[in-house]
Design a protein around this ligand. Structure first.
Ligand SMILES: *Cc1c(COP(=O)(O)O)cnc(C)c1O
Length: 223
């Protein structure tokens, strides 16, 4: 095994040792090779996230479903069918249109897809995700769909050099999470809060994240 793959293994073990056992580590796989993803899996990664379906498909085909595959990038409606065919969870549902498209394709495939609703926790005009004020209504509408199942929320939040600045956005997302959980909607189980990346995952966990999505800290800087 070459030393770069050894480094990935060490980084995975280090992070798995430091996060609580109930927090799921998603290896954010964008730009990485099958060999790099495989090294992460051999070191204990059980969940891998991808942003683009075209990039994910050959990797998923090579590695198979011994790990869980999460869609963590913005999903276009014309990719909804492929997304439900290949992924085990879609973390980025942010509109009624995309929810309906996923539900339709899941119905055809006779499957039920767990999804997270993506929150634009910074209310940033150039970002994907539902703004916090619109989340309750969207989740309520989605709860009527039979083939997708809301299991929580995901957020990116604004990017900061100092991860401490992310804390208010994680807190706000946690509050939306609790508010929706308290409504006990049918077909909604508020189980997962996906937030935090390489530079912010510790703070995200302090604020209640139980899914963290990490790329750079596992695989090194992207080219
Ligand atoms: C790339 C990416 C991550 C991981 O980012 P790093 O800073 O490399 O850890 C997490 N979530 C999403 C949606 C991403 O696209």
């Amino acid at each position: 095994m070459d030393s770069q793959l050894d480094n990935i293994g060490e980084a995975v073990r280090r992070i798995l040792d430091t996060i609580p056992p109930d927090v799921v580590l998603i290896a954010a796989g964008k730009t990485r090779t099958v060999e790099e993803i495989d090294a992460a899996i051999q070191a204990g990664v059980t969940h891998v996230g991808y942003n683009y379906i075209q990039e994910a498909i050959p990797i998923i085909q090579a590695i198979g479903h011994r790990v869980s595959w999460h869609m963590i990038g913005h999903l276009q409606r014309n990719k909804a069918k492929l997304a439900v065919q290949y992924f085990d969870m879609i973390e980025t549902v942010d509109s009624w249109r995309i929810a309906q498209a996923l539900d339709h394709h899941c119905e055809n495939l006779e499957k039920i897809m767990p999804i997270l609703v993506e929150i634009n926790s910074g209310n940033e005009s150039n970002k994907t995700g539902v703004i916090p004020d619109a989340v309750d209504e969207l989740v309520h509408r989605i709860s009527k769909l039979k083939h997708i199942h809301v299991e929580g929320l995901m957020t990116m939040g604004p990017r900061f050099g100092d991860p401490e600045e992310s804390r208010p956005y994680f807190k706000a997302t946690r509050e939306v999470f609790e508010r929706i959980a308290a409504r006990h909607l049918p077909n909604v189980s508020m189980r997962y809060l996906s937030m935090g990346m390489s530079n912010s995952y510790r703070i995200a966990i302090e604020e209640g994240a139980n899914i963290v999505r990490i790329g750079t800290k596992l695989f090194g800087e992207r080219q």
